[in-house]
Design a protein around this ligand. Structure first.
Ligand SMILES: [Zn+2]
Length: 256
């Protein structure tokens, strides 16, 4: 299985074939040779879309990960009885939604990088992008009741990075330590996450670098305008929550 969205996040469709198929409780789970769909992880929700199989076009009902493979879940159908290895499949991703998720995810990288630069005492510890892609909850370790970061200053630095139209790239490193050694001034990583072996690092040119398996924009200018708001302290462990909201939700360079 090859994850298409890792290298070509702007690809909206793919012609591929079934590697294996499993039937469970009225559903058909299909592992594809070329997987177009991002499965929930790293704070980014499942992709949605459709597949064309055996002359039928059906919605993707979900994605499941098993033993390192991603399976596309569709409702089973008598037309799919003989589906197995080699069956041709056409995949289509819900592109407006995917693009919004990419904008939001890239915005979160910029905002966390900006906060890490401007504010001492807060470590990013995860994001959760809303299913509709409009907002993102960002969490930071800190201490409950401490002075809040100057969000206007963070927003201003984010706007500057967006205006600079910096390239965003994903690079593979042998380890987190190798990535940190190569990008010492911009690398950041949630200290609670453990990585073994190869790690995919998303870099925003000379601004930020962070291990991530999601899908991102090619350039920062595509993020557009956003707002940051304090959303509260979570529990008693001093985790600060910020809400990132994208503006101009229908803004797309290529709506096709
Ligand atoms: Zn990411």
């Amino acid at each position: 299985m090859n994850h298409v969205y890792f290298k070509q996040p702007y690809q909206k469709s793919a012609d591929t074939m079934v590697e294996s198929a499993v039937r469970e409780k009225g559903q058909l789970l299909i592992c594809l040779e070329e997987n177009l769909y991002h499965a929930k992880g790293g704070g980014q929700p499942d992709d949605r879309g459709e597949i064309e199989l055996c002359g039928k076009r059906v919605p993707v009902e979900g994605l499941v990960k098993r033993k390192g493979s991603t399976y596309v879940v569709v409702r089973d159908d008598p037309a799919f009885d003989d589906v197995g290895f080699g069956e041709p499949v056409r995949c289509l991703v819900d592109w407006p939604r995917r693009y919004l998720l990419m904008r939001n995810h890239t915005a979160a990288h910029i905002a966390m990088g900006a906060l890490a630069r401007l504010v001492d005492g807060y470590e990013p510890c995860g994001i959760e992008i809303a299913e509709d892609g409009s907002t993102c909850a960002m969490r930071f370790t800190g201490s409950a009741g401490a002075a809040l970061p100057d969000l206007q200053a963070v927003e201003a630095l984010v706007a500057q990075v967006v205006a600079q139209d910096l390239p965003v790239n994903a690079e593979s490193f042998k380890s987190v330590d190798a990535a940190r050694a190569t990008l010492p001034t911009i690398f950041r990583s949630d200290p609670r996450l453990k990585f073994n072996g190869n790690v995919r690092v998303v870099t925003i040119h000379e601004f930020d670098a962070n291990p991530c398996g999601g899908s991102h924009l090619a350039r920062t200018s595509e993020v557009g305008k956003l707002r940051l708001q304090f959303a509260g302290w979570a529990g008693s462990d001093g985790v600060m929550s910020l809400c990132l909201s994208l503006e101009n939700l229908n803004e797309m360079p290529d709506p096709s």
